[in-house]
Design a protein around this ligand. Sequence first.
Ligand SMILES: C[S@@+](CC[C@H](N)C(=O)[O-])C[C@H]1O[C@@H](n2cnc3c(N)ncnc32)[C@H](O)[C@@H]1O
Length: 325
Amino acid sequence: MSESTNPTPKEWVREAYGRTAQGKGSCCGPSCCSSDADSLIGLSEQAQAIGEKIGYSTEELAAVPEGANLGLGCGNPVALAELQPGQTVLDLGSGAGFDCFLAAQRVGPAGKVVGVDMTPEMLARARVNAETGGYANVEFREGDIESLPVEDASVDVVISNCVLNLVPDKEKAFREIFRVLRPGGYLAVSDIVLLRDLPDEIRNHPGVYASCIGGAIGKDEYLSLLRSAGFSAVEVVDEVDAGALLTCAPGPVSDLLRDFGLIDATGWAASIKVKGRKLDHEEIDDDDRDCCDAVLGCDGSRVRGVQQRKGCCTFGGLSAFLLAG
Ligand SMILES: C[S@@+](CC[C@H](N)C(=O)[O-])C[C@H]1O[C@@H](n2cnc3c(N)ncnc32)[C@H](O)[C@@H]1O
């Protein structure tokens, strides 16, 4: 808890997912925002059904340790990422490790998967699952997506499933993702975005926030923040209405959503699959590279990031240096 008496959105999230990790009901995730533990009957069957609904094959659902899939996702970023053997993958908000384990099977023993999560109970659960499943190439780190415990330019692919909507400072998060990707690396995430504004009463409700709704931002803003962070080829590969997906089990969150006519309604939120690339050096225009290299001594991707954020070489190298700070 922070020193302030009012819990912050991150604390709402950590608390909700801590309870979920311990099987005490709750939460969050698009399809289970009840706060009543007793109402979560047949959680694993529910998780299985959600998994099928959001794009996992029967084989994938059967290929992970029991309890790794908690039904908290809103898509299948592993399939979206088209992973190759030998790649290093970073899963943001890895939960109980579901997507990490699927990714580990795709990248094989020559590859590596790192899951980052800020909720200790989720990490504990993920680590037990890794041990149970014998996943030697998966590591779980405690950390905040706004300040990733990951080296610069060390990751080939960043995946994430229904998590970035929960991060308060998305600009910071996207810049962090760009920083840890190697030049030529890419991002493949599933997430919830809003298609229209929601009242503050909804957005600022702790349970609604933890249910992947309150912290979500508009689709255009989301894509524009990714581009500003430096990503190229930003593309929404798939989009489905999330109204039904966000339907909640009985509880205060569903009561509130019902009051505002959002239960089962369409047209107010979407689950999107997004990709974006960090260009490598060769993809940067020669002119730009010469100009920026001369001043910044930076790699191509940083040049691109600076260019997109600050207008880099269009102002000349010195300006780029000063603006990049
Ligand atoms: C909706 S769950 C998704 C879990 C997992 N991706 C899955 O599909 O099963 C969100 C997860 O993100 C984590 N999380 C939320 N905000 C975070 C942040 N700022 N930094 C790190 N982890 C975060 C939560 O602790 C939780 O485990």
